[in-house]
Design a protein around this ligand. Structure first.
Ligand code: PXL
Length: 278
């Protein structure tokens, strides 16, 4: 048996199992890569929302990254919930040491998670600046939704034209690529995600679902892109694969608890040969 590609998620735990590192690991598995984790925070949540979280000490987050990267090896990494400015600084330094991110050879996807879909905070207010200045310049790709765009740039996107303005403003922070997700442009009959490399725009258009169970959709998209990068795809084809994958994952979402259920990456199960010894 050969060793499968490895993808690392640097993210928080969702006790409800729908988002965070639980969604990332399911997606990595569905995409045929072995998932590694550096846990940043433990949230207390169910389908109704997040009632609190505890951040993991920054040095422990950094140690997890270095432990897996130096022994197991990582072909691509992503960040999700990072909780505090201290954790962001420690992640940036650890990534530099193991060559993850733009300065090194290993692609880094930064999903700038700031709040849950219920509006509960997942990032301390003073950490936004650390995200912009310490992580974005190291990112191969950043994947903000429109709420995150507003927090990061002050631009309140209401149209596809403004989505372009936002992509240009975000590119200034130094990531190689920007993906501005249009899922929150509620009046748009389709869901347009806009990919920008500082020069050219690529529009990825998909259907808009009336689906209410969309918990974990951003995590699932970013994880699928990360898995595709780990398998050696370039950014445009990884993002295309992610878009196709998230559309089906939303289509297969299921209810859970009394609130919002998760999208399901498990509509596409990998061949047994991917992971099982013969
Ligand atoms: O979907 C964003 C997200 C990421 N990580 C954790 C979360 C959430 C949303 O609730 O709980 C741990």
């Amino acid at each position: 048996m050969t060793t499968p590609p490895r993808a690392l998620t640097i993210a928080g735990s969702d006790s409800g199992g729908g988002a965070g590192l639980q969604a990332d690991l399911r997606t990595f598995f569905a995409c045929g890569v072995h998932g590694l984790t550096a846990v940043t925070a433990v949230t207390v949540q169910n389908s109704l929302g997040v009632t609190g979280f505890t951040a993991i000490p920054a040095a422990v987050v950094a140690a997890q990254i270095e432990a897996v990267a130096t022994d197991i090896g990582v072909q691509a990494a992503k960040t999700g919930m990072l909780a505090t400015a201290e954790i962001i600084a420690a992640v940036a330094a650890a990534c530099d040491r193991v060559h993850i991110g733009r300065g090194g050879a290993i692609p880094l996807v930064v999903d700038p998670v700031a709040a849950s879909m219920h509006g509960d905070p997942l990032l301390r207010d003073d950490a936004l600046d650390a995200l912009r200045t310490e992580l974005f310049p190291r990112a191969t790709l950043i994947t903000p939704n429109l709420d995150e765009v507003r927090l990061l740039t002050g631009i309140d996107v209401r149209s596809r034209d403004q989505q372009r303005d936002a992509a240009e403003a975000l590119a200034e922070f130094g990531s190689r690529w920007v993906l501005v997700k249009g899922g929150h442009l509620w009046d748009d009959p389709e869901c347009l995600d806009l990919l920008y490399d500082g020069t050219e725009f690529t529009e990825l258009v998909g259907p808009r679902f009336a689906e209410v169970h969309t918990h974990g959709s951003g995590d699932t998209l970013a994880s699928c892109i990360t898995a595709a990068l780990a398998k050696g795809n370039d950014v445009p084809s990884a993002v295309r694969a992610g878009k196709d994958f998230i559309v089906e994952s939303v289509r297969h979402a299921y209810p859970l608890g009394a609130g919002v259920g998760p999208v399901s990456p498990l509509w596409r199960l990998p061949d047994a040969e991917t992971f099982l010894a013969p």
